[in-house]
Design a binder for this molecule. Structure first.
Ligand code: SAM
Length: 213
């Protein structure tokens, strides 16, 4: 669930998660079994709440994976609202397509195949809500581009800003040094961005929320 909470708190809070949708539960099990990184349950619930609160007409997601978060976003959108989601892995795309069909939300989810770094410049739409969840090495560029596509008053929601707790740690394994540094640098840039009101919350793996001024 969360990489921040202690196990007893995590176990206690997990009792209150009410997810019943068999497809969502199946996708969670699939992701765990196949080591596909998807939003933790608490982050996914928080994302759904933000979607309900902000009621966006158009959402952009960078990093679809198997469409777990895309479906969770789409099921909270109002009738005419849609989510565009970009995925660069062909293998993930195939699974995402199947899951989207099974969810019955195909009319609300526009799946785009490609690298978001190349796809974003082709998009001539503005968005009310952007969810950034792609490769961490791409975060800075994707963030810059997202802010161009985000409407004034729109929200950006970014996962993994605590990087499994490592962003705040002094003991960083050698193989995680580079990715941790990338996230630490990203957090500085994100928090200092003049045209954004920002906060970073200890939910799941650390969620950054920004509202464009
Ligand atoms: C953390 S997973 C996304 C999880 C998903 N948002 C969820 O919570 O269900 C990241 C995904 O982004 C894709 N990805 C990473 N960098 C990307 C990029 N630059 N453009 C498009 N897809 C990217 C990866 O292939 C992977 O499937």
């Amino acid at each position: 669930m969360s990489s921040i909470l202690k196990s007893e708190q995590e176990k206690y809070l997990s009792k209150f998660i009410k997810e019943k949708d068999p497809l969502i539960l199946e996708m969670e099990a699939y992701a765990e079994e196949n080591h596909v990184p998807i939003l933790s349950r608490d982050s996914a619930e928080f994302l759904e709440m933000q979607i309900r609160i902000t009621n966006p007409k158009r959402v952009l997601e960078l990093g679809t994976a198997i469409a777990y978060s895309s479906i969770r976003i789409a099921r909270n959108l109002k009738k005419k609202s849609v989510v565009y989601t970009i995925e660069k892995s062909k293998d993930n795309l195939k699974i995402a397509k199947k899951n989207i069909t099974r969810s019955g939300l195909g009319d609300k989810i526009h799946l785009i195949f490609g690298n978001a770094l190349e796809e974003l410049p082709k998009i001539n739409k503005k968005f009310d809500f952007i969810f950034l969840d792609a490769d961490k090495t791409d975060y800075k560029k994707l963030f810059d581009y997202s802010l161009i596509l985000l409407k004034k008053g729109g929200m950006i929601f970014i996962d993994n800003l605590l990087w499994h707790g490592l962003a705040a740690s002094t003991k960083i394994p050698k193989d995680q040094k580079n990715s941790t540094r990338i996230i630490q640098e990203f957090n500085e840039i994100f928090s200092a961005r003049a045209n954004l009101i920002t906060t970073i919350l200890p939910i799941g793996d650390g969620i950054g929320l920004g509202i464009k001024k």
